[in-house]
Design a protein around this ligand. Structure first.
Ligand code: ATP
Ligand code: MG
Length: 369
């Protein structure tokens, strides 16, 4: 394979085995220059192991890792132009902000003047120009976060690896830092590889996201692609909120299937993913709450216009401003989630109302099980 120098990072068929555990199992991807790439997957799926191999703390069992087109297999971590921010940041508590940021430059033998100018420049870029003399304990959680990134970025890495760096922050700060991190990545124009098990972080910040499960990359795509065109049931269930049914195919017509769910509901769906299901095959069907319309029973909605239509009763409503989540118990006793617009008027749905739910077969993503 020709090296692609326009890619900041390439992993080619990377494997990592710990005894019988396949922590990373045949993973390949490339990240173009200056992009924000996230690896999203459940705990234990191999994210940190993959990062540690990219950083050079761990050797792959097989495969190649290339940074700016050059293989780094066998190159020690300090000779790879890659920096890593850890979950617990690992700032030196006995040094002030200036010393923390200057540390790497000092180790690299930079002169006093160069260090001073680079530290002040990077503090400027993270919008904290006045904290150079502060102790680490005098910073807020979000400021520590930015200092941890500055300490890496001052060394001008080709790739910055971030391993769940928001994990230690409270919810509100995490929300703010999501946007902050994306802005910082733009500002530095450096490739960020971000790992998380929080899908909302990955979707908000990333140009591309890899969905990882049991050591493998299941799908790589833009957040929109993963959300609207998941290639596998795992991705449909992991990315975004969704209703999910297990069922069997009762009829196939082109790209459409009729499915009877385990609880006995009949619905039509569109075939997604690999493997065409036949009559009798098991499938998983997914519909996102925003694609389900809920209307008081006796309204205009009826079966026969090609939509999936189900009767039910409102169980509860999770108020969330304009767009609220209504939980509807269908006749089979299962809860279905739909997003509704509440206006505060008398027409709003209320608990115990009889409702008709409808949604299109096209939005019923059906994967062969
Ligand atoms: N040094 C090691 N020796 C043996 N097994 C290991 C080692 N490091 C990781 N593993 C195993 O490899 C698998 C992947 O672990 P890894 O830490 O990469 O997961 P992760 O996706 O980062 O999880 P989390 O989200 O919980 O941080 C796990 O089953 C883990 O137990
Ligand atoms: Mg991890």
């Amino acid at each position: 394979m020709q090296p692609h120098t326009e890619n900041d990072l390439e992993c080619i068929r990377i494997q990592k085995h710990f005894g019988s555990v396949r922590a990373v199992d045949d993973v390949s991807f490339e990240i173009p220059k200056g992009s924000f790439f996230s690896i999203l997957g459940p705990s234990g799926c191999g994210k940190t192991t993959l990062m540690r191999m990219i950083a050079g703390f761990e050797q792959p069992s097989s495969g190649d890792i290339r940074i700016k087109g050059k293989s780094v297999i066998g190159t020690p971590p300090n000779r790879r132009n890659v920096k890593m921010v850890f979950q617990h940041l690992a700032l030196f508590p006995m040094m002030n902000v200036y010393e923390n940021i200057a540390y790497g430059l000092r180790c690299a033998g930079a002169s006093k003047d160069v260090i001073r100018s680079k530290v002040h420049d990077v503090l400027e870029r993270i919008s904290l120009p006045d904290v150079a003399n502060r102790e680490i304990s005098q910073l807020s959680g979000g400021q520590k976060q930015r200092i941890a990134i500055a300490r890496c970025m001052v060394l001008d890495p080709d790739v910055l690896l971030l391993d769940e760096p928001l994990g230690a922050l409270d919810l509100k700060l995490r929300e703010a830092m999501k946007i902050e991190l994306k802005l910082l990545q733009h500002q530095f124009d450096t490739t960020f590889v971000y790992i998380t098990h929080d899908q909302s972080e990955a979707l908000v910040m990333s140009d591309n996201v890899a969905i990882m499960n049991q050591g493998k990359f299941v799908q790589i795509g833009t957040p929109q692609e993963l959300y609207h065109n998941p290639s596998a049931a795992f991705v449909a269930g992991f990315v975004g909120d969704t209703n999910r049914w297990a069922g069997r195919v009762t009829r196939v017509e082109g790209n459409t299937v009729e499915v009877e769910t385990e609880a006995g509901l009949a619905m039509r769906g569109s075939i997604r993913g690999t493997g065409a299901p036949g009559v009798g095959d098991k499938v998983s069907a997914f519909v996102r709450p925003e694609f389900i319309t809920a209307e008081k029973a006796g309204g205009s909605m009826q079966a026969g216009n090609g939509q999936n239509v189900i009767e039910g009763k409102v169980d509860s409503i999770l108020f969330n401003g304009a767009n609220s989540r209504v939980l509807v118990r269908d006749r089979a006793g299962e809860l279905i989630e739909a997003d509704v617009v509440l206006t505060g008027g008398p027409q709003d749905l209320k608990p115990k109302d009889d409702v008709t739910l409808s949604w299109s077969p096209e939005q019923t993503m059906s994967f062969k099980a």
